[in-house]
Design a protein around this ligand. Structure first.
Ligand SMILES: Nc1ncnc2c1ncn2[C@@H]1O[C@H](COP(=O)(O)OP(=O)(O)O)[C@@H](O)[C@H]1O
Ligand SMILES: [Mg+2]
Length: 170
């Protein structure tokens, strides 16, 4: 993956990468997982087949989940309680109001890492402090990956820079 420098755009700290393969996306997810802390919210954006689930799998694995991490397409929420990892896919949620009934907000208040695919339906209600990843491309295309840090960004941005430097120098 090529090295990039981050920049600040409209309140978010933004960094971009390009991934040429599923392996590179997984490796990037592993790096990102080191930035994450219990209680964090990670929102994954991207079209069908962009690699959201793959990324969630890489992060969950790095987070310590040993059970198979499957796409929660139908269950919408999959909790890996022992590791404090929650994986959501809200593609099937039709109205933001339904989020309450399935416990989305309860999970966001708990001290677990929450990863949400298709968070668009909640947009307005999402906490200000969150991390976004946008994946562009599908099929055999290389993926453009954009990381956006919202809220408490200075510290996070520095930590991310350090993680990248460590990797580039090893
Ligand atoms: N560079 C890449 N990064 C991520 N996934 C890739 C890449 N190249 C090909 N793929 C493939 O694209 C598919 C992404 O599927 P998935 O993660 O389920 O997407 P989503 O959850 O966004 O719908 C996987 O089969 C993966 O192997
Ligand atoms: Mg998916």
């Amino acid at each position: 993956m090529e090295k990039t420098a981050g920049e600040k755009i409209a309140g978010a700290w933004v960094d971009r990468w390009e991934s040429a393969s599923p392996e590179q996306t997984l490796a990037w997810g592993k790096l990102l997982s080191r930035l994450l802390r219990p209680g964090d919210l990670l929102c994954l954006y991207g079209e069908l087949g962009a690699g959201k689930t793959l990324l969630a799998q890489g992060i969950g694995r790095a987070w310590g989940v040993t059970d198979p991490i499957t796409s929660p397409t139908f269950t919408m929420i999959q909790e890996y309680r022992d590791q404090g990892f929650v994986h959501m896919d809200l593609y099937r949620l039709r109205r933001a109001e339904e989020a309450e009934g399935i416990g989305v907000w309860d999970f966001l208040q708990a001290d677990q890492l929450v990863v949400i695919e298709w968070p668009e339906i909640l947009e307005e209600a999402l906490p200000a402090e969150r991390i976004e990843v946008r994946l562009n491309g599908s099929g055999d295309q290389a993926r453009r990956i954009e990381l956006r840090l919202y809220g408490g960004t200075e510290e996070r941005a520095e930590a991310w820079q350090k993680l990248k430097d460590m990797r580039n120098s090893s």
